[in-house]
Every structure is written in C-alpha cells, then in structure tokens.
Design a binder for this molecule. Sequence first.
Ligand SMILES: Nc1ncnc2c1ncn2[C@@H]1O[C@H](COP(=O)(O)OP(=O)(O)OP(=O)(O)O)[C@@H](O)[C@H]1O
Ligand SMILES: [Mg+2]
Length: 253
Amino acid sequence: MAMNELALETRGLSKNFGALQVARAIDFRLERGARRALIGPNGAGKTTFVNLITGVLRPSAGAVLLRGEDVTHRSQIERARRGIARTFQINQLFRGLSVLENVCLAVGERTGACNNLWRAAGARPEVVDESIGVLEALRLQDDALRPVGELPYGRQRLVELAIALAQRPKVLLLDEPAAGVPSAESHIILEVFERLPQDIAVLIIEHDMDVVFRFARSITVLVAGAILTEGAPRDIAADERVRALYLGEHAHG
Ligand SMILES: Nc1ncnc2c1ncn2[C@@H]1O[C@H](COP(=O)(O)OP(=O)(O)OP(=O)(O)O)[C@@H](O)[C@H]1O
Ligand SMILES: [Mg+2]
C-alpha cells in the first residue's frame, strides 16, 4: 500500500515505565478507511499505545507518523490539528457545561469559530446546527441542554463520542467506547460507526467481542506490549493463541 494511503503508522514504538516494558518496538499500520479493533488482555498496553499515538505519553523509543508525517515530537494539540481524535477510557468532559455546549466547543475549535470565546462560537447558528446534527446522530438531542455531569455514565460516553466526531478526524481512536454504555444503547454506537465517512481510519479498543466482530474488518492482538498477530476477524477468531487468551484454553507450543 502506498505511503499516502497510511493514516497512521508506528515504527519501533516503545515505552518503559521503569523496568516494565509496556510497548515493545511496535510496528503498526492503519490504512485510510480502516475499521480496526485492538484487543488483548487487561494490562497488555492498549491504552498506553493510544496514549503514545495521541501524544499523552512520550515514547522511550520509536516514531509515530500521521499520514506520512513524523509527529513523534508534536504535542497532543498539534496532533489533534493534524486529524487525530480520541475518546478516553475514563471520560474527560466539561461536566458543568451542557451537552450542547461541549459539542459546540469541539466544533468551534475545529472551525476556528471558537478562539476561547466559546459563548460567541456557540451563538453562531452554523456551529449550533452542526452540533445538534452530531447530537441527533447519537440520539442525544433530548439531553442537549442538560449539564454533562447530570447524565448517566453511559450517556456521558456518548457525549465523548460526539465530541470526537465533531472534530471530523482523519484518525479516530476509541478506548472502550461501549464500556459503561447499557447494552440497550450500545447499538447506537455501532450505528454511528456504520455512518462514519468511509475514509476515516478507526481504531477501537474493545473487550466486548460482539462489538469487535460487528465493527472490525481487521483485528490487531496486543499481548504484553507486543503485537501477537493481526488479520481478518475470522482468522483471528480461529487463531489458537488468541483463543487461549480469551477462552482460557491451553496454548500449544
Ligand atoms: N503511568 C504509568 N506508570 C506505570 N505503569 C503504568 C502506567 N500506565 C500504565 N501502566 C502499566 O502499563 C501496563 C499496561 O497498561 P494499559 O493501561 O496500557 O493496559 P490496557 O491494555 O489498556 O489494559 P485494560 O484492558 O485493563 O484497559 C499495565 O501493567 C499498567 O499497570
Ligand atoms: Mg486500557
């Protein structure tokens, strides 16, 4: 695949926390339009990997490339401007602001209508219209004027997703987007995924295998900070080493 078709690449990406190697020279590629799931046991280093990609953490070695550009030494904000959006495993929202205000902030930030004067940005009809459109996609319109902090946790997760989408990212990284979302509402997340622009590259970290297999066209398996295997869902599901991880079977060899 040509370089310009790669949305995201890591080369030899490594991270140590003291003696603990949490990322071990990870070579990873995410194509434009990818629908990839990153799976692996608790503590495998999945969240750390996303934190390295987004610039929350600095790598001990290696590089992160976004659409061919080396962003290893770029800040989180600079990477976001280059098209990376993410949701967090533990949500980070402006809890005192309304749902609509949170999304307007993200739209205003992207369009430059914001410039720290979010009230002015929110007052712009095009920003509000676009924000309401995002909320409708996530069935959040009835909660638009409620402070985020008052919403049930599952709805807060949907707000996080709304904020990530409002950034119109090129690369979308979702760390357990369905965690804490009631199963009656998790289909909303899957529906939103199906309607994402085709060319966005999406990487989701997810423990719920129903979500993984409904969403992913390819799967990367991370174990102890290293990629164990990658491939099509049916190949991963049939892989004895992966089955051993998830089913508690004894691996052979
Ligand atoms: N800031 C830190 N300092 C020290 N160790 C850390 C730090 N962050 C993570 N770790 C350790 O790194 C390892 C990988 O953690 P990480 O959160 O990336 O795993 P994960 O695959 O996301 O797990 P989970 O599925 O439970 O979310 C764990 O052993 C964790 O305790
Ligand atoms: Mg994690």
